[in-house]
Design a protein around this ligand. Structure first.
Ligand SMILES: [Zn+2]
Length: 113
């Protein structure tokens, strides 16, 4: 499970873009519905307490998918709370951008890194 840095989203190959969407949605439901599943996974822990930041990341993933001609489903609907309007606070990333670049490079996939 991996939710890539927003700077990497336009560079992801098809496989990594679609996995990021699927896994990001999974992480969102784990966080917002208190599901057990992968709740201890560091990619999920990163966004624990930051559901709006995760939705924002997913929004960008979804836009990239639309740009490439995919037809992703709608983003999860969210009831807004007062604190949501204080700007989006990004969590401390589990992996740095540089670490994620190294991981993608090692995959020998079609990511444009
Ligand atoms: Zn890739």
């Amino acid at each position: 499970m991996r939710i890539w840095n927003e700077q990497l989203i336009p560079k992801l190959c098809r496989q990594h873009l679609l996995a990021c969407w699927r896994e990001g949605l999974g992480a969102y439901s784990i966080i917002t519905e208190n599901k057990k599943g992968y709740s201890q996974h560091p990619a999920v822990k990163e966004f624990e307490g930051y559901p709006v930041a995760l939705l924002w990341r997913l929004f960008k993933v979804r836009n990239e998918m639309i740009f490439r001609g995919y037809k992703p489903k709608e983003l999860p609907k969210r009831e807004y709370h007062g604190e949501d309007f204080c700007g989006i606070i990004e969590p401390e990333p589990w992996q740095t951008l540089e670490q994620q670049i190294e991981i993608l490079k090692s995959k020998k996939c079609q990511c444009n890194i």
